[in-house]
Each structure stands twice: as C-alpha cells, then as structure tokens.
Design a protein around this ligand. Structure first.
Ligand code: XIL
Length: 406
C-alpha cells in the first residue's frame, strides 16, 4: 500500500514537472515577451524577453537573415573582434553577413610607407569570411584622410609630380586589389572625393594629378584608380563612396554628374556608396529623392547599384553640441520609428533593384565612432545593440518590420 501511494505521488510530481517545463516558467513572464518558434519542436513555443536578449543569444533573431530577401546586412568591425568563443565573435557571425574593417584597411594602415604593405588584418578577415560564408568590403583604397604623406612628397619634402603620384597610385591600387583577387568582393575604391560645396574636394590627389589626360575634367585620379582596380580584379564590385548623398540634393547631383561623365568614358564604376551617417532629424523623403537622382545612372549601366556603407543614427542633430541625451520613452519611440522608416525605405530601394547591401558603422553603441565625435566627451547610442550587447528596441522594430513585409 505504501509503495502504491509513493508511486502515485511520484507520478503526480512527474506530470506537474513536465507541464511546467513545456510551458516555461509562467509565473514571472515579462510583459514584452514574444513568441518565437523553437528549433527543438516546431509546435512548442518558447519565449524571448525583448528587454533582456543578448545579440549572441541562441534565441535571438538574426538581422541579416531577417532581411535576406532584400539585401545583405553588415557591419564595420576591428580585427580584434574575431576571437572565436567570445561574445563579439558570436554576435558578428550571427547578426551580419557583410564585413568591413573600421580602420585597418585604410591607406595609412595597409600601405604606411612606399615599400611596406600590411595585409595581416584584411587577410584574417578574408579567412573568416571564407569559413563562415560572408562577404568582405575593402574600405578604402584612395582617400584624403588616413592617407600617409609619403604618397605626396619626395625625400626632400617637395610635392611630387603628377607622373610620380600617378605611378604610386597605380602601384598602390594594383598591389592591394591583386592580393585580394577573388577574395574581397567589393572595394570602396575612392572615398569622399566631393567637397561640401559641390565639385571635387581640394585634396592632394586632385591638386597634384588634376586634369592629367587633358580632356577638360579633373576626375583623372579617380579614373586611374578605378581602372587599375578593375584590371587587378575584374570581378570585384567597385564603389565610389561619400557622405551626405542621402541628405544634400546638390551633393547627389554633383555625384550623379561626375559618375555619369566617367561611365560614359567607360570607367568601370559599379555603384555609389551612401555612407548614411544620419541623425535624429533625418528626412526619408529627401533621401528617396536623392537616390532617384543617382539611380538615373541605370540608363547607362542597368546593373549600377547603391550600397549603404556606414549607417548609424546619431541621437544628436548635427548642430547640437551637447554631450548627453536623455533616452526617454518618447525619444526612443522617435528613434525606433525613424530606424524602421529608414529600413522600410531600404526595402523599397531593394524592390526597385537599387540596393545591394546595408552596412552599419559598428555593431554596438560602445564601439561607435560617434562617441566623442564631432563633440568631444559625447556619449552616443546610434546602433541597434547596446553597450552590454543587448538588443535595443530599435532592433526589434526592424525585426517586426521584416516580418510584416515578408
Ligand atoms: C572613422 C573611424 O570609425 C574612426 O575610428 C577613425 O578614427 C576615423 O574614421 N567616413 C568614413 C570612415 O569613410 O572611414 C570613417 O571611419 C567615418 C566617416
């Protein structure tokens, strides 16, 4: 008799325990819990607490998978983030499928003096990308910033001639692009060539090389760079990258005119990179208008595309000089819905055949260049993952958007 009683008590406990396990802990479920499908059993539902999900959690969604039908989603990162087994590594693998080095593939890092090339960092990124089936963007071959002086001066400190700089430019582009032939999928060949008041930036490249072929325009250093890159790797996608194209109509028109002229001359440019360092005052309609201007280039090359190359959404407008912002519910609502509007626009661009990939300039708030720039001592929150690697509400608004559009 005693044994029978014991058995029935045990049975009751077993039943109760399995019911509790199947339902999850019901007593303290958070308000914001959502249901997602489990990999264990399709019918069984598990809960994800949106306020407490880390970007590397197994149950967390994947941003690049959520938008895979429209475009790739990537991030800038540093090679020190690629240590297997770390949270950073897990986040990168799980959330993104395009990668670019934030600083380590710029001219000063890759080609610090005439006879020295540093391929280590980008080699490691390429190796990672091959193993995990990711895309690599090379950023950047030619730029006025983070470019060492040796390009422009001789041993006596005098400015070199156009012939010498052209030779150095071709050598630089050819050596780097050939090294990564078939491995780096996309190159930002030239970065920020336009000035803020329209027309070409008054850089050393422009000043020294100028109208080298005497055809009446001074796009020559850009033309030489793209031609050399294409010869070194005919399959790489070659991008001309710049800022404010999404917000300044006059800059978008300057870009359009310049690229049109080069495409008509047969210069191998495959697309325009919109950096998209935008802020809380961003206007989606202006961006759509400007992209329509740029995409008129499809009449010359139907495969011409735009890429979003450096997306972040500053919590401060450009003219704001404050260092702190209060993340009130109202502010976050505005921030999240702006991110959502921006991605809805990206979906439209993709459906129109314009957009190939969206790359963030960093993957969590703590690493963003916008902390301390352009206002020193500033703390900013421009990305989708917070300083503790938790998914922010803006992240979830994008996941909801992708689901609603699927
Ligand atoms: C920034 C990096 O994020 C910083 O770490 C560095 O100190 C300066 O450059 N446009 C570009 C990027 O094309 O290369 C810049 O990256 C941000 C603006």
């Amino acid at each position: 008799m005693k044994l029978k009683q014991l058995l029935s008590v045990l049975l009751a406990f077993t039943v109760l325990f399995s019911v509790m396990t199947a339902c999850g802990s019901t007593s303290d479920e958070p308000d914001s819990a959502v249901t997602t499908s489990s990999t264990e059993a399709e019918e069984e539902a598990v809960t994800v607490d949106r306020d407490n999900t880390y970007a590397y959690d197994e149950d967390a969604p994947s941003l690049y998978e959520a938008f895979a039908q429209w475009f790739k989603v990537g991030t800038a990162m540093n090679i020190s983030d690629l240590v297997e087994g770390t949270e950073e590594f897990e986040i990168l693998v799980k959330q993104y499928n395009v990668f670019t080095l934030e600083n380590e593939s710029k001219p000063d890092a890759m080609h610090p003096s005439e006879d020295v090339y540093n391929f280590d960092a980008l080699d490691q990124l390429v190796e990672f990308a091959n193993e995990y089936d990711k895309t690599v963007r090379g950023h950047t071959l030619v730029w006025h910033s983070q470019c060492p002086d040796w390009f422009f001066y001789d041993d006596d400190g005098n400015t070199v001639s156009a012939d010498v700089l052209v030779e150095r430019l071709i050598e630089h582009v050819t050596t780097i692009v050939s090294h990564y032939k078939g491995e780096v999928d996309v190159w930002d060949v030239c970065n920020e060539v336009l000035g803020d008041s329209g027309g070409l930036r008054d850089s050393m490249w422009y000043q020294i090389i100028g109208d080298y072929d005497g055809d009446g325009d001074s796009y020559d250093y850009i033309e030489i760079a793209f031609t050399a890159a294409h010869e070194a790797d005919p399959d790489a996608r070659l991008i001309i990258n710049d800022y404010s194209l999404e917000s300044s109509e006059s800059k978008a028109i300057s870009m359009y005119m310049m690229v049109k002229s080069m495409l008509e001359e047969g210069i191998p440019i495959d697309g325009i990179g919109l950096q998209m360092h935008v802020d809380i005052g961003f206007d989606v309609e202006t961006c759509k208008n400007n992209v329509e201007i740029l995409m008129k280039l499809k009449s010359i090359d139907p495969d011409f595309v735009i890429e979003v190359t450096e997306l972040d959404l500053s919590c401060f407008t450009w003219s704001d000089t404050s260092t702190e912002v209060e993340l009130t519910d109202e502010f976050l609502e505005q921030f999240d819905s702006l991110y959502s509007d921006i991605f809805e626009m990206f979906i439209e661009f993709s459906e129109a055949g314009y957009l190939d990939s969206v790359v963030f300039w960093g993957y969590y708030d703590g690493m963003s260049w916008l902390n301390g720039y352009p206002v020193s001592g500033r703390t900013n929150y421009p990305l989708l993952i917070d300083r503790d690697y938790k998914l922010k509400s803006a992240y979830w608004s994008l996941i909801d958007l992708a689901e609603s559009k699927s």
